[in-house]
Ligand binder design. Structure first.
Ligand code: ASC
Length: 556
């Protein structure tokens, strides 16, 4: 359309010293900023990011989470899948269209670089002349994350050591990259041992205050790029009306608190109609795992109160970590808004993916249908396009798992295998995925896993308990299922998804918990790569010699 334009960014990715939680550490940031700069564009715009790798000894890529990359699969920013990691000193230009208004973010997608701090917000406004289907007077973007004091290198080595060393729970929860480790903003209200923070407000770890006027409506765009934590967000005295999820409008519904899993985003509307002589807490707490991390806090500051005026009551209490009924009741309120695209009535192929924690020669892994993903050195996009059959396992990974597998018990035989095969999907076919959760290695443990799909949105047709069976099919929602790019599986449960394989490319589908992906918890889908005319050489070959050799050997 006429108003669409290119939004140009020039970014350097580098490590620098920073104090995200008042403790100095090393972060991976962009142009000296942590989190990285916010991208703000309008639907229909072209985003162009000229990314230079200023790390000393590591490659890097950036994934634009929630952007489907129609026609530009090489810009999806997944190392080994859509491109070679960008070498130190090299510049790669990401060029892609943002075709749908919504709340998105971007993050590293090589090793565990997202955990190192490589992330930022990506907000797409409606195109000129169009309106959002709701009104608001102001907006805040809240990017939630979790933070460890141990370096990501240390974490990666621990996870792939024998015996396995788990990363543990985060030290601090961050809101827009800011949290407090050695003090609490709300110590005043509790009899805990932590001391009251004495922030002057200019520190890197000072909370991002939400300055509001009374009797207005604000849109909070909330996205979670946590490495591990499932979160619950609440604002004292204020209801939130959920209007958007993962860049798709939903039927508005009001809640007191909101569960958000890594990889998800929401927009909520709040009305500042409470006693204007007070300020109010915004709290973020851990759910789904036994919390060992203090709530993340900031303040909703009513004008003209001072931002340092403490609220009259203590921060909202996060629901119990294992109150899964609370989580499910929130999830079950999310439906597509009227006028949203509806799913096809039938599917062409159903893939059932069993999620298990396993062992491999004494190492701890996560496996999908007993295959733990290890990415090959050659990006799939190039090896599939060029028919390089030695680049990865050519057999189709398993479509399902054995009928007699008991999802309620630890695996009888915990030994798994590694693999790097690809689910080749027929172009424009309708694919159903049943994500099946199961018991982990220890008895009576089954964890939450948020699954994120690249290159597509999917419809969430339903959630259920225990093992998915054919009688569950009749209960699937084909009427108004929400479109999303991330869906959670609850402990011992299943989640049913449907999408149309209509976007030529190689697409990751994986657990968005960073250490779980590192341990193999993902699969790769590919469709229609033969329909792509030309893949930019710089995505598939590194350095000038790589490009030169690609050109001379390219017989396509
Ligand atoms: O992958 C994981 O490993 C640990 C635990 O299962 C073993 O220490 C944990 O909580 C995970 O999510």
């Amino acid at each position: 359309s006429e108003g669409s334009k290119a939004r140009h960014y020039k970014w350097d990715v580098e490590y620098f010293f920073w104090s995200p939680d008042c403790v100095e550490n090393v972060v991976m940031g962009i142009n000296g900023q942590f989190p990285g700069p916010t991208i703000r564009a309008k639907a229909g715009d072209m985003v162009v990011v000229e990314l230079t790798n200023k790390l000393h000894t590591e490659g890097v890529v950036i994934h634009w989470h929630g952007i489907r990359q129609f026609g530009t699969p090489w810009a999806d920013g997944t190392a080994s899948i859509s491109q070679c990691a960008i070498n130190p000193g090299e510049t790669f230009i990401y060029r892609f269209k943002v075709d749908k208004a919504g709340t998105y973010f971007y993050h590293g997608h090589f090793g565990m670089q997202r955990s190192a701090g490589l992330y930022g917000s990506l907000i797409v406004d409606v195109e000129d002349g169009k309106k959002e289907p709701f009104h608001y007077d102001g907006e805040f973007d809240l990017l939630l994350s979790d933070w460890w004091h141990q370096s990501v290198h240390h974490q990666e080595v621990g996870l792939s050591s024998k015996p396995f060393r788990w990363i543990g729970e985060p030290q601090t929860l961050l809101i827009n990259g800011r949290g407090q480790y050695n003090c609490s903003l709300a110590a005043h209200y509790s009899n805990s041992s932590s001391s009251q923070c004495r922030l002057r407000g200019r520190e890197q770890c000072a909370p991002p205050i939400l300055h509001v006027l009374p009797n207005k409506i604000y849109r909070l765009r909330i996205a979670s790029t946590t490495a591990l934590a499932s979160l619950n967000l609440a604002i004292g005295n204020h209801k939130m009306v959920v209007v958007e999820a993962d860049g798709n409008y939903v039927q508005p519904f009001a809640v007191d608190d909101l569960d958000i899993y890594s990889g998800e985003s929401y927009s909520v509307l709040i009305t500042t109609n409470q006693d204007p002589s007070n300020n109010y807490w915004l709290s973020v707490g851990v759910r789904g795992r036994e919390p060992k991390t203090q709530q993340g806090l900031t303040i909703l500051n009513y004008h003209p109160n001072s931002a340092s005026k403490l609220p009259a009551s203590s921060p909202p209490v996060t629901p119990l970590w294992n109150d899964y009924n609370h989580s499910k009741s929130f999830t079950n309120k999310i439906f597509a808004s009227m006028g949203s695209p509806k799913p096809p009535r039938n599917y062409d192929r159903r893939i059932t993916l069993l999620n298990t924690q396993n062992k491999l020669n004494g190492y701890t892994k996560w496996a999908i249908n007993n295959v733990s993903l290890t990415l090959p050195p050659t990006p799939y996009l190039g090896s599939i396009k060029n028919g390089l059959r030695n680049a990865f396992n050519q057999e189709n990974p398993p479509e399902s798992f054995s009928n007699d597998y008991d999802v309620m018990k630890p695996p009888v035989n915990p030994n798994t295998t590694t693999g790097n095969g690809v689910y080749m999907l027929g172009m424009n076919t309708t694919v159903d995925v049943i994500l099946q959760n199961a018991n982990a290695l220890s008895a009576n443990v089954s964890e939450i896993h948020p699954w994120h799909l690249h290159g597509h949105d999917f419809w969430i047709l339903g959630y259920g308990e225990g093992k998915f069976s054919t009688k569950d099919e009749k209960k699937l929602n084909l009427k108004n299922p929400p479109l999303r790019n991330t869906a959670v599986i609850f402990p011992y449960g299943w989640t049913a998804l449907r999408f149309v394989a209509d976007n030529p490319g190689a697409w990751a589908f994986h657990c968005h918990i960073e250490p779980h992906l590192h341990m193999g918890m993902g699969v790769v889908f590919a469709e229609g790569i033969q329909h792509l005319n030309r893949i930019p050489l710089e995505a598939l070959a590194c350095g000038l010699t790589g490009k030169m050799l690609m050109t001379t050997n390219n017989h396509n």
